[in-house]
Design a protein around this ligand. Structure first.
Ligand code: XMP
Ligand code: MG
Length: 191
C-alpha cells in the first residue's frame, strides 16, 4: 500500500491526567543514551539484562539504537507491596538463562523509585561475579530515594508521583502507551 502521509499520533488515553514525557521525547533520549553505551562499550560485548515486565518496550527500542555487539537476557521480579508502593522484598520470578561471570552486564530498569528493588537485584547479580555491572534506568524519582544507588545512565528524573505508560502499569494496564503520564485520581480512587 502506498504511504502518503505520517500517521497522526494516537490521542491521549482518557485515564491520563497529564503527559509528562511524550513518545518523541522518550525516543530522542534513548538515542542519546545509546550513543553513550556505544562509546562506553566500544571494546566489550555488553549483556543487556531487562527487568520484566516494565522494561520490555525500553529494551526493544533502546537495543535498536545501540550499535555495539550485544546479547540479551531478562529477569522477572515482583516486589511485594500495594499497587503503587514497594516493600523492598523482592521475589525473582524468572532468573537469567546464562552465567554472567566475565560478562559486562547492563541492567535495564524502567524506574528507580525508593531503590529497594534495584538494591536487591544488584546484590543478587554482583554475587555472580560479572566483569562489570552497571544500571540504566529510564526514570528515577530522586525525591523518593531510600537506598542510594549509582545509576550510570538515567533517562529522566521525574517527581515523586505515580506514573504509567511506556512499560509502566497500574494494575497491569497502560503499559502499551507510547508516552509516560500521570493517572486521573478517579482511576485509583473508587468512590
Ligand atoms: P523501588 O521503590 O523498589 O520501586 O525503587 C521500583 C519498582 O516499583 C514500581 N514503581 C512504579 N511503577 N509507576 C509504576 O508503574 C511508578 O510511578 C512506579 N514507581 C515504582 C516499578 O515496578 C519499579 O520497578
Ligand atoms: Mg507495576
Amino acid at each position: 500500500m502506498p504511504v502518503r502521509q505520517q500517521r497522526e499520533p494516537a490521542p491521549v488515553h482518557p485515564d491520563i491526567e497529564r503527559v509528562l514525557l511524550t513518545g518523541d521525547r522518550i525516543q530522542a533520549r534513548l538515542r542519546e543514551m545509546a550513543a553513550l553505551i556505544d562509546r562506553d562499550y566500544a571494546d566489550r560485548e555488553v549483556l543487556l539484562v531487562g527487568v520484566l515486565k516494565g522494561a520490555f518496550l525500553l529494551m526493544a527500542d533502546l537495543a535498536r539504537y545501540v550499535t555495539v555487539p550485544m546479547r540479551f537476557d531478562f529477569m522477572a521480579v515482583s516486589s511485594y507491596g500495594s499497587a503503587t508502593q514497594t516493600s523492598g522484598v523482592v521475589r525473582i520470578l524468572k532468573d537469567l538463562e546464562q552465567d554472567i561471570g566475565q560478562r559486562h552486564v547492563l541492567l535495564v530498569e524502567d524506574i528507580v523509585d525508593t531503590g529497594l528493588t534495584l538494591n536487591y537485584l544488584l546484590r543478587s547479580l554482583r554475587a555472580r561475579r560479572p566483569a562489570s555491572l552497571d544500571v540504566l534506568s529510564l526514570l528515577t524519582k530522586p525525591e523518593q530515594v531510600r537506598v542510594p544507588i549509582e545509576v550510570r545512565y538515567v533517562g529522566f528524573e521525574v517527581p515523586g508521583v505515580f506514573v504509567v505508560g511506556y512499560g509502566l502499569d497500574y494494575a497491569e494496564r497502560y503499559r502499551n502507551l507510547p508516552y509516560i503520564g500521570t493517572l486521573r485520581r478517579s482511576v485509583y480512587e473508587t468512590p
